[in-house]
Design a protein around this ligand. Sequence first.
Ligand code: ADP
Length: 394
Amino acid sequence: MNSNNIVPRTPYIVHGNYICRMKVGILGGGQLGRMLLQAAANYTVETFVLENDDSCPAAHLCNHFIKGDIRDFDTVYNFGKQVDALTIEIESVNTDALEKLEAEGIKIYPRPSVIKTIKNKILQKQFYKQNEIPTSAFVITNNKEDLKEQQSFLPAVHKIGEGGYDGKGVQLLKESGDLQNGFDAPAVLEKMVNIIKEIAVIVAVNDKKEIAIYPPTEMFFDKRLNLLDFQLSPAQLSEKIFWKTEAITLKLVKAFDSPGIFAVELFVDDKDDVLVNEVAPRVHNSGHHTIEAQYCSQYDMLWRVMLGYPLGNTDPILPSAIVNIIGENGFSGKAVYEGLDEVLKMDNAFVHLYGKEETRAGRKMGHVTVLSAKREDLIYFCNRIKQSLKVISE
Ligand code: ADP
């Protein structure tokens, strides 16, 4: 093919307006990026992914894969210069580069200042306090010496300011003897909440500041692994708690004052108070079910936001549950999915494997979404899937 055969970029007609095929970059190439790219295939958008690992889950679904470190200023800046808009699938990105790109006119979802606040748990908590968003009481500790002064604040939860994820930067400190297990780095010490339910709400905000909010999802954790075990949506909440949750979520995203998609994790405590635990300013695993269970998935919604299309319908088509597919203890190496046929034969189950070649104990390898009108059925199927599907190694 000679260069004359290359078709120039043509404008596309959308709702009577001419728009160009937009170039959108995603920082990070994990499973969230993968699912975002699956939704991108429905639109006229040219996708770019920046990620260090070229065998990552998103590598083969984008138009352009660029191998590089999302934490490095020059790498992120150069990646961002070639696109019209950028989004993230993980918060540990170079926000200085994103701020420079934003100043030069690249649209960033969410705004870099919001990522900066959220990626540091200290700044995040201070933001809630300043904006009168209900959250657990807290003090800041800079090192272990500071922490030792806080005996009277126990029982509490110590959370490292930066770098923690999936419970790895979180320590429960019940009594003074536990203080030695705390972090010797800037951290937040939060009062232990008597949690009755953990819920999450996905909410989207577009450039016109219009908001679309998904029904809350109820999370159940595997305490041993500190990983999400299964989740049900919509969450079973009293009307009062439902409205409180929605009001807090809306107040929070208005305070962020940024377009994008936000996953708000909240606690309902034993006094029926609703408290914000943390926020992810991106598509999130608490919204995986929206792919099959909602009219508009969180992934489709983010494309609508970035491409300037109307927001989608967040109503559930049917109630849903999600079971994570997690690497079995005692196995590591090339992944084998034992019992997959049995799950694939279920009429109401949707299997998502993230394409990770290697399994390890506790590694998230995929998820299964189940749909059913009845909550009892959802729980029954979650348990059946957990019993039948095991990730082992060759
Ligand atoms: P990560 O971002 O690493 O997932 P989280 O802040 O979500 O960390 O905390 C992990 C888990 O620890 C939560 O899902 C919750 O079960 C528990 N937890 C966190 N903060 C508190 C708190 N203030 N009181 C009681 N339990 C908490």
